[in-house]
Design a protein around this ligand. Structure first.
Ligand SMILES: Cc1cc2nc3c(=O)[nH]c(=O)nc-3n(C[C@H](O)[C@H](O)[C@H](O)COP(=O)(O)OP(=O)(O)OC[C@H]3O[C@@H](n4cnc5c(N)ncnc54)[C@H](O)[C@@H]3O)c2cc1C
Length: 260
């Protein structure tokens, strides 16, 4: 059970940051993950009064505020046009619409959960996180950073021309993924991001020429990523399915090219 002694709706990021330096205080996004654990919080720090629930689009970037929800990602026309629907695909299997209306992008990315569909998708895009004190950090770097007391303010997706496909395998429709795969092509490179292995997503960046021999590419991916077992699936099963999904994602990316 989650027990909160004091709730504070902050008026500035500085106020939130100062409160967050105390170990017993925590930023609260949608609070959905936090509430399934057994926790005692002295102060829950709510950022919802800071206007960080918007997704804005500039000429060069999409800027996703940390309090934007997974549902906001799912139905955003610009993001889904840019990614050919991959953003929607990455979140549409997460529990249900009511849940996605509450779960935040900030909580999902800050959490860096091993099972995360959201992190797997972002890890295959040209993007970076904006931290209040830490500044801008590329997503690949952020994935490996330790948890600290900073605030994730926004996620920025650079509008580099991209082809991307997101696929996941689940034992039942809305369960956690057994394996999650995003394959993208940008800046003349092939990026393969695999999450739910069951550890957090990582990305392998390869030359585009690697696509010419699909069997070789699949073997490379299967060898270079580590896969583990848990009650949702064995390491061997995950390795096999990851190979299948990488192949399908590459084929889907080719079709995107044909349509353009
Ligand atoms: C039952 C269940 C099933 C789920 N299934 C899936 C699934 O299939 N796929 C998937 O990808 N995800 C899944 N999730 C995870 C979910 O999508 C969210 O990622 C998760 O709930 C965190 O989002 P939140 O807004 O609830 O964060 P919270 O629970 O509010 O916060 C999570 C953590 O992030 C910190 N935090 C929140 N916002 C910030 C910020 N702006 N800056 C710094 N720290 C911050 C909090 O202090 C906390 O430590 C599931 C979660 C649950 C509870």
């Amino acid at each position: 059970m989650l027990r909160i002694r004091e709730y504070r709706r902050v008026e500035s990021l500085e106020e939130a940051y100062e409160l967050n330096q105390k170990k017993t205080n925590r930023i609260i996004g949608g609070g959905l993950w936090m509430k399934i654990g057994d926790r005692n919080l002295m102060t829950a720090i709510d950022l919802s009064g800071l206007g960080l629930d918007q997704i804005s689009e500039t000429e060069d970037e999409f800027v996703i505020g940390c309090m934007a929800t997974l549902r906001d990602l799912e139905v955003h026309p610009g993001l889904n046009a840019y990614t050919d629907g991959a953003v929607k695909q990455s979140v549409c299997h997460i529990v249900g619409v009511q849940f996605r209306n509450c779960a935040t992008v900030g909580g999902s990315i800050y959490g860096r959960f091993g099972f995360s569909d959201v992190l797997t998708l972002f890890a295959a895009l040209d993007c970076y996180v904006e931290l209040y004190k830490g500044g801008n950090v590329p997503i690949q770097e952020f994935i490996h950073m330790n948890y600290d007391n900073d605030i994730l303010v926004a996620v920025h997706i650079v509008k580099t021309p991209v082809k991307i496909t997101y696929l996941s395998q689940r034992n039942t429709a809305t369960d956690f993924p057994v394996i999650a795969v995003a394959v993208s092509e940008y800046n003349e490179k092939l990026h393969v991001s695999i999450g739910a292995r069951p550890v957090r997503a990582e990305t392998l960046t390869l030359d585009l020429s690697e696509k010419a021999d699909m069997e070789h590419l699949v073997k490379k991916v299967q060898e270079q990523f580590s896969f583990g077992s848990n009650r949702r699936g064995s390491a061997d099963y995950r390795r096999h399915i990851a190979g299948v999904l990488v192949k399908r994602a590459c084929a889907a990316n080719e079709q995107q090219e044909d349509r353009k």
